[in-house]
Design a protein around this ligand. Structure first.
Ligand SMILES: C[S@@+](CC[C@H](N)C(=O)[O-])C[C@H]1O[C@@H](n2cnc3c(N)ncnc32)[C@H](O)[C@@H]1O
Length: 158
């Protein structure tokens, strides 16, 4: 992925569990900081802390984590659920995004997701560009190069 911007971009991944290596490999270590959040700590977290990646772990509820975030550029979120083992947090829902998108710069950013915990028509509305949150529009990116990883890319923009 393009990480040629001169300032450090920040990736936020709520309810990450042990899934830390994959996003770091996908988005790289250069000019990129990862903020992982989970209510529990997981065994691979210390490996990431000792790697070349710039990482921060927020061991807390994903709702509480929003208030601890600096400005972020990318929301990464996958493989979550509502039943046992899942967080039950609708990260792609209106309430969560209304709060989270306040953390994006005016220039916007991206959501990279498999559509976890987006129920009913929610994912379709996101894909159709019908979701506005906190003054941003969310639209399905014309560039879907992560589809091979079962991930969709959305653009967040004014
Ligand atoms: C299904 S797992 C996520 C799997 C991970 N995204 C992956 O791709 O491997 C759900 C995770 O959410 C965490 N969790 C549960 N409730 C949470 C909450 N309120 N806030 C943050 N994390 C939570 C659990 O500890 C668990 O690690």
């Amino acid at each position: 992925m393009d990480n040629s911007r001169s300032h450090q971009r920040i990736v936020y991944y709520p309810c990450c569990a042990n899934d830390v290596d994959f996003p770091i490999k996908l988005m790289g270590v250069e000019n990129t900081k990862y903020i992982f959040c989970d209510i529990r700590s997981h065994r691979d977290w210390h490996k990431a802390k000792n790697s070349a990646a710039t990482v921060k772990f927020l061991r807390m509820d994903a709702w509480v984590a929003i208030d601890k975030l600096p400005e972020i550029d990318i929301l990464f979120y996958r493989r979550d659920g509502m039943s046992e083992g899942g967080s039950g947090v609708e990260v792609l829902g209106d309430e969560y995004l209304q709060r989270l998108l306040k953390k994006f710069p005016i220039s916007g950013g991206k959501i990279i997701t498999d559509g976890s915990n987006a129920f009913g028509c929610r994912l379709d509305y996101l894909k159709m560009g019908l979701v506005d949150c906190s003054g941003f529009k969310i639209s399905f990116s014309p560039n879907q190069d992560l589809i091979k990883h079962d991930l969709m890319t959305f653009e967040i923009h004014k």
